[in-house]
Design a protein around this ligand. Structure first.
Ligand code: HEC
Length: 121
């Protein structure tokens, strides 16, 4: 799954996050094993890989704490809201990743964000 993820990331990394990626790699913990329905529900481990590379610069400590962007762990926003924010971003605040990710990658990002809640952080 990491291999699939990397394929999808090359373009985005080059265009969006090259200056950002060096800051974010510390403090990540391994994700729990994905559920059996990972293909349909999104795979948190895949989501984490994307998140570490592209999102952690603003959503710090893997989204566990507030930084440039809000803390995501334990968010009570519905999935639709999270997907929409990832796709459309927020002008002046967060880039829009609409064309950067496949449907499965967005689902995996949401699954990763939900897994933070499951960790109780
Ligand atoms: C340049 C900084 C930046 C980057 C990079 C970034 N975000 Fe954000 N993000 C923000 C800010 C700022 C907000 C708050 C926007 C608002 O006011 O709704 C936000 C909001 C969000 C929200 C909504 C949270 C909530 O409860 O309102 C989600 C989900 C989210 N980001 C996910 C991601 C993901 C996934 C990525 C990587 C693909 C990412 N972000 C990359 C800055 C960033």
């Amino acid at each position: 799954m990491i291999r699939i993820c990397r394929l999808g990331l090359g373009l985005t990394l080059a265009t969006v996050a090259v200056p950002l990626v060096t800051v974010v790699a510390q403090g990540q913990q391994p994700s729990p094993a994905p559920p059996a329905s990972a293909a349909a529900a999104g795979d948190p481990a895949t989501g984490e890989q994307i998140f570490v590379n592209l999102c952690g610069f603003c959503h710090q400590d893997g989204g566990r704490v507030a930084g440039r962007g809000p803390k995501l762990a334990g968010t009570d926003r519905p999935d639709d809201y999270l997907v929409n924010r990832i796709r459309t971003g927020k002008e002046g605040a967060m880039p829009a990743y609409g064309r950067a990710f496949t449907e499965a990658q967005v689902r995996s990002l949401v699954a990763y964000i939900r897994s933070l809640k499951a960790d109780g952080q």
